[in-house]
Ligand binder design. Structure first.
Ligand code: SF4
Length: 474
């Protein structure tokens, strides 16, 4: 059967673009109009000469074991989603770019290769502004109740509305605050199959390296000239684009400038500057696949829900561990992690505790607070579908097992404390927007995190930890 025939049979498929074929390290995989974006999975397919995987057949249907309980929980979940100011208003109406004003206010926005933290023109690329100017409509994953994806009219063309990470990294981080340009480059990255987060970081690194005289290029902060061409050159591995296709770690090893290569474990950063959100910094340092915001989005508690003081180390290790375990659990039951912004804060325990008390509890009694955050809807949904009872603690333990197993695999590849770090920029440089010139006190948080996780001082899971989680070591 030809690919065309398969598609006519309403097949589903995952495909790589030219970037994946050319083994660009930031190549992604597309399924429909959604991307498996990070860490170069497109290059992995490309390295195996695998262009696409197509599946045909009937979709399976899940029949919940306890239908009545499931229907009740579904209703409750929808109620939480619609009531939450984040999922029911922010994401639903304006997409994830509704984060932008919060981050700009807290000095967490990536601006000019993470040198500034905020910008006077930032609002121009916010979700609210794009909705007002670009007639945005829903354009989402299947079966979604939150509806964060959007499409809109940009310069007479119906294009995907860039999400928060894209407007920040392929926009503010290269000094551009023009949504039309960003939407155009977003589409170009999609066409070649490249991750906009990494591409934005790489271009910003080249701009700074050019300013510092480490290499020659025509790329300049604030100028759109040459961006479309360099994206194409990266995808096709041509000229300077060939070096850029290897990522900022590799670029800085070749040209110098490691201190401003914004990466952890070789993965370029998502768009949160940790000098305005210490917990997010710890999360980037310890995330198993490198600087990934979806490992533990503590910045949500620090900058968006305003439940943790952003510039203190207090409670950060506890919440990084909590969110890592929670997100691993949520991902395993195929629910979008964005639901957590609604479920854990709309649940009665957090909703009816006065904000001041909640804030103090989270900050000063974090050991208790992480148990107060009500995650019960997730294990209950799972139990109603499978008929197998699962407590909150068992749900989080399953998430912890996934995290430790991944960490153990990393350990075998030589990963340890030396790799759980942040670029020098965040450890040594203050910023103009912050009169206290705050930097991230990473090591204090790291010690506490290792203790909570059951790692030794060098970041290696101890035999007791492995045993406790029933993971056999090799
Ligand atoms: S499933 Fe999640 S990522 Fe997809 S549209 Fe819905 S909220 Fe957005």
């Amino acid at each position: 059967m030809s690919a065309q025939e398969m598609l006519e049979k309403k097949g589903g498929m995952i495909v790589i673009g030219q970037a994946g074929e050319n083994l660009v390290r930031v190549a992604n995989i597309v399924s429909g109009h959604r991307y498996l974006g990070r860490a170069g999975m497109g290059a992995v397919m490309g390295s195996k000469n695998l262009k696409a995987i197509i599946a045909v057949g009937k979709a399976y249907k899940i029949v919940p074991k306890e239908k009545e309980a499931f229907d009740k929980l579904k209703k409750r979940a929808l109620k939480y989603i619609n009531a939450s100011p984040f999922t029911g208003d922010g994401y639903k109406n304006y997409g994830t770019a509704s984060h932008l004003d919060y981050c700009n206010r807290h000095g967490t926005l990536s601006v000019n290769n993470f040198t500034k933290g905020m910008h006077k023109d930032a609002h121009k690329i916010s979700g609210e502004e794009m909705k007002a100017r670009h007639d945005t409509k829903h354009h989402t994953c299947r079966s979604c109740a939150i509806l964060c994806g959007k499409k809109g009219m940009f310069d007479g063309k119906n294009r995907v509305v860039p999400e928060y990470e894209t407007v920040s990294l392929l926009g503010a981080n290269i000094g551009i605050f023009d949504p039309v340009k960003i939407a155009e480059w977003n589409e170009l990255c999609g066409k070649y199959g490249m991750d906009t987060i990494s591409v934005g970081n790489i271009i910003a690194w080249v701009m700074e390296a050019t300013e510092k005289g480490l290499l020659k290029s025509n790329l300049k902060f604030g100028s759109p000239d040459g961006i479309a061409k360099i994206i194409t050159d990266m995808a096709l591995s041509k000229g300077l684009g060939k070096d850029m296709a290897l990522g900022v770690k590799s670029l800085s090893e070749k040209y110098g400038g490691k201190e401003f290569a914004i990466q952890v474990k070789g993965l370029e950063w998502s768009a949160y500057d940790p000098r305005g959100a210490f917990g997010q910094g710890l999360s980037y340092a310890v995330a198993n696949r490198g600087a990934c915001h979806l490992s533990a989005t503590v910045v949500f508690m620090e900058n968006i829900a305003d439940l943790l003081n952003p510039q203190t180390v207090r409670a950060k290790a506890d919440f990084v561990k909590f969110f890592e375990d929670l997100f691993n659990g949520i991902n395993s039951i195929s629910i979008c992690v964005f639901t957590s912004s609604a479920f854990i804060l709309e649940a009665p325990l957090s909703k009816y505790t006065p904000n001041l008390i909640l804030h103090c509890l989270m900050q000063y009694l974090s050991k208790i607070a992480v148990h107060m955050v009500d995650i019960s809807i997730y294990p209950k949904l799972w139990s109603s579908v499978t008929g197998i009872k699962l407590s909150n603690a068992e749900f989080l333990r399953a998430g912890a097992r996934i995290h430790i197993l991944e960490r153990y695999m990393n350990t075998r590849e030589g990963i340890s404390r030396k790799d759980d770090t942040l670029p020098e920029r965040f450890l040594k440089e203050g910023r103009e927007c912050d009169p206290k010139k705050t930097t991230v006190p990473l090591h204090k948080m790291l010690d506490r995190y290792y203790k909570l996780r059951g790692f030794d001082k060098n970041g290696i899971p101890t035999p007791e930890t492995m045993q406790k989680l029933n993971i056999s070591s090799v």
